[in-house]
Structures are given as structure tokens and as C-alpha cells.
Design a protein around this ligand. Structure first.
Ligand SMILES: *[C@@H]1O[C@H](CO)[C@@H](O)[C@H](O)[C@H]1NC(C)=O
Ligand SMILES: *[C@@H]1O[C@H](CO)[C@@H](O)[C@H](O)[C@H]1NC(C)=O
Ligand SMILES: *[C@@H]1O[C@H](CO)[C@@H](O)[C@H](O)[C@H]1NC(C)=O
Ligand SMILES: *[C@@H]1O[C@H](CO)[C@@H](O)[C@H](O)[C@H]1NC(C)=O
Ligand SMILES: *[C@@H]1O[C@H](CO)[C@@H](O)[C@H](O)[C@H]1NC(C)=O
Length: 490
């Protein structure tokens, strides 16, 4: 009896404790799941801005270094942007350029007109048979293949880097990592490999042939300047006489200028960059104290649109300026018509601005003569902080191999896809976001500045947004080249 009671008592305890433990385990597990879910963002060392306003990853080096960075920088820079004096000089020069190139373009069209196709197409068909066979096989395989789903492979042959570090005069200091003292070089040898096909070998001469008589223009923020410099460098490799490309106004590339036109003499083509941080119009308003504050008209296209009109191939981007300062706070900044919103959500402003851009493209771009790319958001890799609060990426010498960062696809990109889907004109999305997720090793980090010898490199402010050149943007341009091979030419 005593045995049975003594044995039944513990049994109750046992089953009681078992139930409790199961309950406790389930409870703890759900707490874990919840915490993991909510904190994942802040815990992940390489998060991109899946939550659009939580990560500010703009362009450290275009912002003047100051002790009060977060609050002052954006405004300072906008002030530089809208400096009225510079604007006047700029637009006078540019109007002339617009006219010149316009007449030039018409001339080219007249020459080619009637004959059924431009010079570009004619010379493509003159290509040697063997090569075009190999090439056409690769191209056929690319059709229906998702070029942006794949992995990075390390190449042993001489294809990558597409030019030697330090060899291209158009890489500005901020991206010239090897010259600035970066020692590791593995990051130069990665090539993008789509899962279902191969990218055709990059052929700079062939790219130039395809651009013959045309203009290619990159429009966007400094991330697009990064890509623009890459474009100049990869195309330069196709010139036997490298002195036969030049900036038509004699300007050197500096971050202070917002407009460059490079002419490739032997191909009658230009490669241009137009700075437009938002693609919609920046302005200023006077406040009660008589100071001027920046505004952003989300229903009006950017002033530089007159230049966009004459380009044959356009590559747009925006994104990195939507996450910090005035833009993110949205106080007395966003404007529709004459109304300035006292407070407005930055994500909604971004959505409306892209619609404004999309509408402009639909109304102004001629699909028979022009081709439009939108280059997707480029991931940043700040560890342990943000761009302005000690975030870093130095010491990264290999791409990310696995982890949730690889699958992050920011809301900003969903908004881009949404805008493009509703357009009449077919826009080619250079869907590079995922491909950049891998490349935590590709940023300048502490090598965005020439290291004056002897001095210890400052690790305080790191550029984990832009890319070293040679580097990741070369691959974006390789993808443009691949896309052109698939296109009936504009
Ligand atoms: C930074 O700016 C804020 C607002 O403009 C100002 O209140 C603060 O004193 C400044 N801090 C420093 C360190 O300059
Ligand atoms: C590159 O393209 C040019 C022009 O289309 C062609 O003549 C040349 O053979 C190509 N080179 C290679 C290695 O395929
Ligand atoms: C451009 O840079 C080169 C080499 O650094 C220099 O010699 C030249 O004077 C610069 N040109 C202008 C217009 O600043
Ligand atoms: C390039 O343009 C110039 C005039 O702008 C013309 O004389 C020349 O024939 C053109 N060359 C080619 C290869 O189209
Ligand atoms: C772009 O790539 C992402 C994956 O990174 C994918 O989810 C998305 O569907 C792609 N968009 C298009 C239009 O192919």
C-alpha cells in the first residue's frame, strides 16, 4: 500500500513535471522565435535595409567629415547640390552640349536611315563566322535564363579583373582601393555565374561596336558614378589607342561635378553620367527665419531630364539617399504641387517618386530608339553600426557564403518592381541586389583614401556602400553587355 501510494505519488509528480516541462519548452521556444524574428535585423551583422528606414548607408565620402555628422551632412550636401551659381554655369554649357549631340544624333540617324539599321548592326553581321557561332550558342542559352540567380565563382583565367587595378585613369580616389593600400586581391577574381547559363565572355570591342553612333547614359546617385567609372574602364580596354577617349569638356572625374560626357572617338559614341540622387526634383524653400531649406517634389521629374531624352541607352538608379537625414525624417521636405507636407513617410515618397519617373519614361522615351535599364539596389555591409556610427567592413576578404543576408530583398526593390510592372515601356531590371548581397569583401572600407605614408589608416569612417574598382560594378556592366546581346538594338 505504502509502496503503491509512494510509487503513485511520484508518478503524478513525474507526469506533472513532464507536462510543465513540455509547456515550458514550448513557451521558451516561442519566445525564442519571437525574439529572433524581431531582433534578427539588428543582430545580423550584414543586414541590408529590408526595413527601409532603419539603415542609413549613403555615401560617406561625399559627405564632409564633421563632428555633427548625422544632422548636418545631408543638408550640407544638398546645399552643394543646389548651389545656384554652379547650376547656371552648368546648364549653359549643357544646353550647348544637348544641341550639339542632338544634331549629331540626327545626322547619324539620317546616314543610317532607309538602309534598314544602324552602322552598329551592319558591323555585327560582318563578324567572323566561327566566333559568331560560339557566341550565338551562348546567347541562345541565355534566353529564358535568369541571369541574376546564381553564384560567384573564382576565375583562374585572365577574364577577371576586366582591367588591372591602378591601370584605369577614370577610377577616382574613393574607389581606387589597391592604390590606397588594400593588400588582399582575391576580391578581384570573382565572376558571376548564373545557374542556368553562362555569361558570354566580356568583349569590350564588341560592346563598343554595339554602342557605335549611340550614347549610353547613367543617371543616379554616386553608386551610379561608381558604375559609370567602371563602364569607362571596361570599355577603355577595347581601345587600341587609349588616348582616343576623353571627357568632352576636359573635366576630370570628381565627386563635386554632376555631369560628364566621355567620347570614344573611334566609335562615335559617348558614355555619360548625370547625377540625380532622387530622379525627382530637388528644390529649396525659404522658411520664416529667412533661411532656405531643401525640398523634394515627388510629383515632378528631376531637372536633368532634358539630358536623359537624348541618350540611346539609359541606366537609372536611386535608393541610397532615401534612408537618412531630411529624406528619412520627412519633415517639411516632401512636396506635391505647391504643398509641402509637414510630415511625410519616406517609403511612400519613394513609391510616388518612382511612379513619377515611370510616367515620365512612358511619355518621353521612344522604344524604337532608346533602351532603358533600371539598376537594382546595391547592398551595403556595415558590421556593428551604421555608415555614420562606426559600422565597418574592413578585413573582409571573401564573399558571404551563406546566411539570411543572401536572401534579403529590400522593400525598395519591391517598389521598383511594382513601378516597372505598370509601365508601358519595357524596362530592363538589372536585378543585382542579390548578387551584391554576397560581396561583403568588395567595398573600399578603409581604403577609400590615399594613405599618406606612415600614418595609421583611420578605421573610424568606413565605406561599406560603394565598391572598389576593379570590382563588383564591372559585373553589372558585364550584365548590361549580356543584355544588349539579347536585345534587338534600339
Ligand atoms: C549637433 O546638431 C544639433 C542640431 O543641429 C545641435 O543641437 C547639437 O548641439 C550639435 N552637436 C554638436 C556636437 O555639434
Ligand atoms: C570581340 O568582338 C570583336 C568585334 O565584334 C570581334 O572582332 C572579336 O573577334 C571578339 N573577340 C573575341 C575574343 O571574341
Ligand atoms: C586632370 O588631371 C590631370 C592628371 O591628374 C591633370 O594633369 C590635369 O591638369 C587635370 N585637369 C583638370 C581640368 O583639372
Ligand atoms: C563619326 O562621326 C564623324 C563626324 O561626326 C564622321 O565624319 C565619321 O564618318 C563617323 N565615323 C563613323 C565610323 O561612323
Ligand atoms: C530579382 O531578384 C530577386 C531575388 O534576389 C527575386 O526575388 C525577384 O523576383 C527578382 N525580380 C525579377 C523581376 O526578376
Amino acid at each position: 500500500m505504502s509502496t503503491s501510494s509512494s510509487s503513485s505519488f511520484p508518478r503524478t509528480i513525474v507526469s506533472y513535471t513532464l507536462t510543465t516541462s513540455i509547456f515550458v519548452v514550448i513557451f521558451l521556444f516561442s519566445v525564442f522565435l519571437f525574439t529572433k524574428h524581431t531582433l534578427e535585423h539588428s543582430l545580423s551583422p550584414y543586414h541590408t535595409d529590408t526595413i527601409p528606414l532603419s539603415v542609413a548607408d549613403p555615401l560617406p565620402q561625399i559627405l564632409p567629415v564633421s563632428s555633427n555628422e548625422t544632422t548636418q551632412n545631408p543638408d550640407d550636401d544638398v546645399a552643394i547640390e543646389t548651389n545656384p551659381k554652379e547650376e547656371v554655369v552648368d546648364s549653359r554649357v549643357d544646353d550647348k552640349t544637348v544641341e550639339d549631340s542632338h544634331t549629331e544624333k540626327i545626322k547619324v540617324e539620317e546616314e543610317g536611315g532607309g538602309g534598314g539599321g544602324s552602322r552598329g548592326e551592319v558591323s555585327v553581321s560582318v563578324e567572323s563566322k566561327e566566333e559568331s557561332n560560339v557566341e550565338s550558342e551562348v546567347i541562345e542559352k541565355m534566353r529564358g535564363c535568369d541571369l541574376y540567380k546564381g553564384s560567384w565563382i573564382k576565375v583562374k583565367d585572365d577574364e577577371y579583373p576586366l582591367y588591372q587595378p591602378g591601370s584605369c585613369p577614370y577610377v577616382d580616389e574613393a574607389f581606387d582601393c589597391q592604390r590606397n593600400g588594400r593588400r588582399d586581391s582575391d576580391y578581384l577574381n570573382w565572376k558571376w555565374k548564373p545557374d542556368g547559363c553562362d555569361l558570354p565572355r566580356f568583349n569590350a570591342t564588341d560592346f563598343l561596336v554595339k554602342l557605335k553612333g549611340k550614347s549610353l547614359m547613367l543617371v543616379g546617385d554616386s553608386m551610379n558614378r561608381n558604375q559609370f567609372e567602371s563602364m569607362l574602364c571596361v570599355l577603355r580596354q577595347g581601345l587600341s589607342d587609349k588616348s582616343r577617349m576623353y571627357e568632352v569638356h576636359g573635366h576630370n572625374i570628381t565627386k563635386g561635378r554632376g555631369y560628364f560626357v566621355f567620347k570614344f572617338e573611334d566609335y562615335n559614341c559617348t558614355v555619360e553620367f548625370v547625377r540625380s540622387h532622387f530622379l525627382v526634383r530637388e528644390g529649396v524653400r525659404a522658411n520664416a527665419q529667412g533661411n532656405t531649406n531643401p525640398t523634394l517634389s515627388i510629383d515632378r521629374i528631376d531637372k536633368s531630364h532634358a539630358r536623359w531624352k537624348r541618350a540611346n541607352i539609359l541606366v537609372f538608379n536611386t535608393g541610397h539617399w532615401w534612408v537618412h537625414g531630411k529624406t528619412a525624417r520627412g519633415k517639411n521636405y516632401y512636396k506635391e504641387g505647391d504643398y509641402i507636407y509637414p510630415k511625410f513617410d519616406a517609403t511612400e515618397a519613394y513609391r510616388r517618386s518612382l511612379k513619377t519617373w515611370a510616367k515620365w519614361i512612358d511619355q518621353n522615351v521612344n522604344p524604337k530608339k532608346q533602351l532603358v535599364f533600371y539598376r537594382g539596389y546595391s547592398s551595403a555591409h556595415f558590421r556593428g553600426g551604421e555608415w555614420d556610427s562606426g559600422g565597418s567592413c574592413n578585413g573582409e576578404v571573401e564573399p558571404v557564403k551563406k546566411g539570411s543576408i543572401l536572401d534579403s530583398y529590400p522593400l525598395k526593390m519591391k517598389i521598383v518592381e511594382e513601378a516597372i510592372k505598370e509601365m508601358k515601356l519595357p524596362v530592363i531590371l538589372l536585378n543585382v541586389t542579390k548578387l551584391t548581397n554576397f560581396r561583403k569583401d568588395g567595398h573600399p572600407s578603409i581604403y577609400g583614401k590615399t594613405n599618406t605614408d606612415g600614418k595609421k589608416v583611420s578605421t573610424r569612417r568606413q565605406d561599406c556602400s560603394h565598391w572598389c574598382l576593379p570590382g563588383v560594378p564591372d559585373v553589372w556592366n558585364h550584365l548590361i553587355y549580356a543584355s544588349l546581346l539579347l536585345q534587338p538594338h534600339p
